[in-house]
Design a protein around this ligand. Structure first.
Ligand SMILES: [Zn+2]
Length: 216
């Protein structure tokens, strides 16, 4: 079951003090092939991020800590600008929180791997709301930043780099770009040598096969 707790935050952008619920733990049974967990009980996704009740600045709880806050001194009009983007207006509420954080992360130039993860989670929220059009937009942005992370090798753990390459392939498959999906899956299949990543090899082979037969 999902458990939450309430914490106190000071917004790095506008100085507002407020309380917000965040996730302590959750359980899931299985997951989609892009790692969207099948949560048991309350959907924890909206509680991963903390949103300022005044200016809508949104980030992970740790981004509010004293050491980090300096980096996130974003001007209020910047956040308003993000909210007024045509794409932002099309997103379901939960996805919008991940989108705002991703845009703030882009602004302060956080590791593209983290940005790709935020857009991936935004795409999961769109799927949960059965908004396929918005999901596609978020998947495309997720691919863009995951590719940047792989190409610029900004992922510190080499095992994770293969997981991210798999995700790029899987997102391309979901976007019905068979050729690019094939390239990324093949790259993963050829690169896995660690027996502990056998699960990823099997998953990549399975999804590569689905890609060839156009099954979704
Ligand atoms: Zn604020």
């Amino acid at each position: 079951m999902t458990t939450l707790t309430t914490e106190h935050y000071v917004c790095p952008s506008c100085g507002n003090e407020f309380d917000e619920k965040i996730v302590v733990s959750f359980m899931h049974k299985g997951q989609d092939s892009d790692f969207y967990p099948h949560y048991l009980g309350l959907n924890p996704l909206p509680y991963y991020l903390v949103q300022c009740s005044k200016c809508s600045f949104t980030a992970y709880p740790e981004d509010y800590s004293e050491g980090q806050a300096e980096k996130f001194k974003i001007k209020a009009d910047k956040i308003k600008k993000i909210q007024s983007l045509p794409l932002a207006k099309k997103l379901p509420e939960n996805a919008l929180k991940f989108f705002i954080t991703a845009k703030i992360y882009e602004e302060v130039q956080v590791n593209p791997y983290k940005i790709g993860n935020l857009y991936l989670r935004a795409s999961w929220c769109c799927r949960a709301s059965e908004n396929r059009k918005a999901e596609i937009e978020m998947q495309q942005l997720s691919i863009k930043f995951f590719k940047e992370a792989v190409e610029k090798t900004t992922i510190s753990n080499p095992d994770n780099a293969l997981v991210v390459s798999y995700l790029v392939g899987e997102l391309y498959r979901r976007l019905e770009d068979r050729k690019l999906a094939r390239e990324w899956f093949e790259n993963v299949i050829e690169s896995i040598i660690d027996p502990e990543q056998q699960w990823l090899l099997e998953l990549a082979k399975k999804q590569a096969e689905l890609n060839e037969y156009l099954l979704n």
